[in-house]
Design a protein around this ligand. Structure first.
Ligand code: CAA
Length: 257
């Protein structure tokens, strides 16, 4: 598949999608987001892929929704067309998706990173929800996912001031899983993705679904849901193989079934 605004690559069981609109700091236009969704879906459906990485450039993961594309929208356009609702498709992948973030991850850029399952950041990364500076507010999940990730106080601080936060602060408050030197970001993200992809796909997908359920339900319902998925995994070949391999003191050979 030929794309105009992204690059795609396979590295073993890892699928990599790179935002590639450098002149606009990877501003997230509708066609760009459509390409990202299409490429992620293709990897998600590919039985040879176990984990995906979504990344940008050294200067910017993405500097937000495309302001030039949306500046003249009327309320009727935005509401009637349900503007940016389609972005949430990024959060519907069933296999793990890692956001590898260097430079700016602002507005929609931060929101897209938060749609991924975990964020690995270069020491140059800068996160923020600066929509307030444009006379609007976050619209692709920022008020919801950021609040869940970092808590109300920090989310309010970022969203109401529009300030940027460095990688270190982002890690400290729980938005970022790990920080690495900028020149090693992609390599580290691929290594992390390959480590994840080595596991049994049904257990990875079930674990991801169960963690995400924590954001959607009560504790007792979530624990119940988790336990049922845990039970279901006993129907897989890979449960037998993983536990036999432990007992026999050897490495498991998972078959994703
Ligand atoms: N949309 C469209 N174009 C953008 C853009 C955006 N979000 N961010 C940067 N660009 C463009 C600039 O217009 C500029 O293009 P030209 O060369 O044609 O003028 C190019 O990218 C380089 O940007 P700058 O010259 O501004 O680079 P800088 O290094 O001086 O500043 C920056 C970098 C601080 C990230 C600055 O570009 C900036 O503030 N960008 C906007 C950030 C923002 O407000 N994001 C939120 C968008 S709204 C949103 O995302 C809503 C939502 O919740 C979904």
């Amino acid at each position: 598949m030929d794309y105009e605004m992204i690059l795609t690559e396979r590295d073993g069981a890892v699928g990599i999608v790179t935002l590639n609109r450098p002149k606009a700091l990877n501003a997230l236009s509708t066609p760009l987001v459509d390409e990202v969704v299409d490429a992620l879906r293709a990897f998600d459906a590919d039985p040879g892929i176990g984990c995906m990485v979504l990344t940008g450039s050294e200067r910017a993961f993405a500097a937000g929704a495309d302001i030039k594309e949306m500046k003249d929208l009327s309320f009727a356009d935005a509401f009637g067309g349900d503007f940016i609702s389609s972005w949430d498709r990024i959060a519907t992948m069933r296999k793990p998706v890692i956001a590898a973030v260097a430079g700016f991850a602002l507005g929609g850029g931060c929101e897209v990173a938060m749609m991924c399952d975990l964020i690995i950041a270069a020491d140059t990364a800068k996160f923020g929800q600066p929509e307030i500076n444009l006379g609007v507010m976050p619209g692709a999940g920022g008020t919801q996912r950021l609040t869940r990730a970092v808590g109300k106080a920090k989310a309010m601080d970022l969203i109401l001031t529009g300030r940027m936060m460095e990688a270190e602060e982002a890690e400290r408050c729980g938005l970022v899983a790990r920080i690495v030197p900028a020149d090693r970001l992609l390599e580290e993200a691929k290594t992390l993705a390959a480590t994840i992809a080595r596991h049994s796909l049904p257990s990875l997908m079930a674990a991801k679904e169960s963690v995400n359920r924590a954001y959607e339900t009560t504790l007792s319902e979530g624990v119940h849901f988790e336990r049922r998925l845990f039970h279901a995994l006993f129907a897989t070949h890979d449960q037998k193989e993983g536990m036999a391999a432990f007992a026999e003191k050897r490495s498991p050979e998972f078959q994703n079934r």
